[in-house]
Design a protein around this ligand. Sequence first.
Ligand code: ADP
Ligand code: ZN
Length: 362
Amino acid sequence: MKKVKVNLKDSHYFIYLGYPLKDIGRLLTEKRYGRRILILSDTNVFSIYGKIMKGSLIREEKEVIDVVVRPGEGAKTLNNACDMLKKCAENKMGRDDTILTLGGGVISDLGGFVASIYMRGINFVAVPTTLLAQVDASIGGKTGVNLTFGKNLVGSFYQPSFVYMDYNTLLTLSEREKKQGIAEIIKYGIIKSKKIFDIFVDKPVDEMKKHLPFLIEESIKIKKDVVEKDEKEKKGLREILNFGHTLGHAIEISHLSKFSHGESISLGMAAETYISWKLGFCRKDVYFTVKGVLQKYGLPFNFSSITIDKIFNYLRYDKKVRQGNLRFVLVQNIGKVKSGVVVKIEDVSKILKEMIKNEKYR
Ligand code: ADP
Ligand code: ZN
């Protein structure tokens, strides 16, 4: 069990790592986070962990209100946010009461958003239950819901009162869901930590479970350092976290979520490392090492089922292409990247087409 402190300009909060779910009630009492707790969860997570969570709160004589939504990105709607706001008001929740999210990134995005606007902001406690949410969504303070026009178009920066993780919740994740988190952890390795990356290179896949606590903690520390320096994403320092995401996002959206977020950024990382090599930012072996690790963990790196034109249509439509240029985070070596590299879109297209051609002959 460990605590990591996140220091922000006007406040700070703790991330509790590896604490049992059943003890969270006591912590809420100790920290005086109100008598009424609204739990937001989805049907999958609530059916597995709802009882433990509620038990822990009821033992502390909390009044528990639960809101359980359907799993998946589709839950991030203004409608669901509205229903939650009404529940808060109906149950006379006050500013010192708490919204607690129990689930993955979808749940903390939606619940954090509601916590940020109900009575101009009430306590928000995040209990991330996916590997991806533990290393990504639960740190950084971004909340939001989607509109039909696009993802996260309505939202806020709102920091949690604390984040609480029980590693045992990861045991019930599907393999595909687990891999999403692995892809994001590999990203942290490439951008900032050879130590993380080398674990993926050196250790056998079936030992990963043993290394997860270390990998989660290291990833959180990297993200936390970046967020502390650029809380509201105004200084461009957070851009480093976008490695693999320039093309990754475009793949995810242009292929209508055929690939999960983690799979998309895996493809994005492979392609962006290839671009790094071709533009002389890194050596050839860096590209092959990255590709090798993605392959080892069953993550996609091959573009055979990708339609390149779809990616570029999306990038142009989304105005990511400015004056014919795209911005990338490119790899110099494992653990070292360069942000804000501007590359002409025609060059990106040429390099990717060459990459795909080479893949075919391999
Ligand atoms: P993320 O954005 O972090 O990947 P989501 O909120 O989209 O997370 O959740 C992904 C899927 O995993 C959902 O179907 C959710 O119900 C399920 N899920 C989340 N946590 C767990 C868990 N600990 N065990 C089993 N399934 C889970
Ligand atoms: Zn991501």
